[in-house]
Write a protein that binds this ligand. Structure first.
Ligand code: NAD
Length: 445
């Protein structure tokens, strides 16, 4: 446990959203004294009362455990954080700027400035947010200028790779840790802060700040490219009568390629991949190396075309005109096991269908509240059968396991017409067609 070493650092986590709350809770469970900080007082109150403000399997139990241990507290005070912490993790959001592909760094800048203004003793500030390359160098200068402790404050970058839905496991047992540092002291502090995780066998890559920033966007660019690659093959299959699911399966047996992230369908979304590849392309252009990553623009375009194609499939099943058509939309979250609707392909498709005149009823096991807030124009149902009541077309948009296991007969009894678009290749077409359904899927005859 963290407490057994003589110099277990005290940790703060600035920004307690999906990433920060998970990090704070898991570090406390590993035995560190942790203070979570957020400008959102309501979020701090919710967390302090033992409630996780978003859906993440396993996290509520760990929050209870961490609070009971007395090792985890939350605050809105940067003064308290600066006083308390030896190592400060910055986990605030870096969304896409309105009207631009660039990352919006105002939250990172203000969090780091506010913290630094109170730092009176030696401390390490560790960025975890995903940022454009060059941000850490800029922040280093900023921190040392603003902090009363001056160059006693160092900056490091520790990009985060956790996946929503698997966030606890990814935090406690990450595939790797990346430490971007500019001194041995910073490396030693990070090794101390991740002692229990390293002891469990996580490989550590120690590098400079620039490379650490790049690792994260390079990883997300690769993953996005892999998804869009197979979806590009789906487009070719659509034009030629091929079956992209068999094609993907055949590719996946080649272990140089591998089957993960090679799933054709409606494509990627969420609070990371889309904005990260756009911000990377934008930053590369700023730096004069835009040509190296122009393919990311294509990756983005392929991904968006899948959403449009899904809308077209629904329209085709409905006879060409969406006006007045009743659509049951299964899924709102950007992926299963999450309530995150940031840039969710499911809601993008659902709201486009609505705009084209369809009556859309959405069902999602976790994301309904979030969806309703952003899309009050859509209707919502408590379960798939109620959503399907009287539907002309059903469209599966997020592959929650409860949707994978839907009974085509029970669904068939609810709908007005047995027509389904499987946007995630989550259903068995043989079974659904046998039950009298007209079944359509992307990249498949
Ligand atoms: P989020 O929006 O859920 O959380 C961000 C939090 O920061 C919010 O609670 C917000 O109130 C808080 N905040 C904003 N400004 C602040 C300030 N000045 N001081 C203190 N708190 C402030 O975002 P997220 O999904 O947790 O993502 C955070 C960062 O982590 C992003 O850069 C993202 O790209 C990266 N990331 C996210 C994931 C993921 O799966 N969500 C995975 C890896 C990396």
């Amino acid at each position: 446990p963290a407490g057994s070493g003589e110099a277990a650092p005290r940790l703060t986590v600035i920004g307690t959203g999906y990433l920060g709350a998970t990090h704070a809770i898991c570090m406390a469970v590993l035995g560190f004294d942790v203070l979570g900080v957020d400008t959102d007082a309501e979020k701090i109150e919710t967390l302090s009362s033992g409630e996780v403000p978003f859906f993440e399997p396993g996290l509520p139990e760990l929050l209870t455990k961490a609070l009971e241990s007395g090792r985890l507290r939350f605050t809105t005070s940067f003064a308290e954080a600066a006083e308390f912490g030896d190592v400060h993790f910055v986990c605030v959001g870096t969304p896409q700027q309105q009207g631009s592909d660039a990352a919006d760094l105002r939250y990172v800048d203000s969090a780091v400035t506010e913290l630094a203004a109170h730092l009176r003793r030696r401390a390490l500030v560790v960025g975890k947010s995903t940022v454009p390359v060059g941000t850490a160098a800029r922040l280093t200068e900023l921190v040392q200028r603003v902090a009363p402790a001056g160059n006693g404050v160092e900056l490091a970058w520790n990009p985060e790779f956790l996946r929503e839905g698997y966030a606890v496991d990814d935090t406690l047992r990450p595939d790797r840790l990346v430490f971007g540092v500019s001194s041995d002291w910073a490396e030693e502090r990070l090794r101390a802060a991740f002692g229990p995780v390293i002891a469990q066998g996580a490989p550590v890559v120690v590098t400079d700040l620039t490379t650490a920033e790049l690792v994260k966007v390079a990883a997300n660019s690769f993953l996005a490219t892999k998804i869009s690659y197979i979806n590009a093959m789906a487009e070719v299959c659509e034009a030629t009568g091929g079956d992209v699911t068999r094609l993907a399966e055949a590719l996946s047996y080649d272990d140089r390629i591998g089957g993960r992230f090679l799933k054709p369908g409606l494509g990627f979304g969420g609070g990371c991949l889309p904005k990260d590849i756009r911000a990377f392309a934008y930053r590369a252009e700023e730096l004069g190396v835009g040509q190296a990553v122009t393919f990311l623009r294509e990756v983005d375009a392929i991904n968006k075309r899948r959403r449009a194609r899904t809308v077209d499939l629904v329209a085709e099943l409905a006879g060409g005109d969406l006006r007045g058509v009743r659509v049951a939309a299964l899924g709102a979250a950007f992926k299963p096991n999450s309530d995150d609707i940031r840039d969710a392909p499911a809601l993008d498709v659902a709201s486009t269908l609505h705009r084209l005149g369809a009556h859309v009823t959405v069902v999602d096991p976790a994301a309904t509240d979030n969806a309703r807030r952003n899309h009050p124009e859509l209707s919502y149902a408590a379960d798939a059968l109620s959503a399907a009541e009287g539907a002309d077309v059903v469209v599966l948009l997020t592959e929650w396991s409860e949707f994978r296991h839907l009974d085509p007969e029970a669904m068939g009894a609810a709908v007005a017409h047995r027509r389904i678009v499987d946007g995630r290749h989550a259903l068995d077409p043989v079974q659904w067609r046998a039950a009298g359904w007209e079944y359509r899927a992307l990249g498949r005859p």
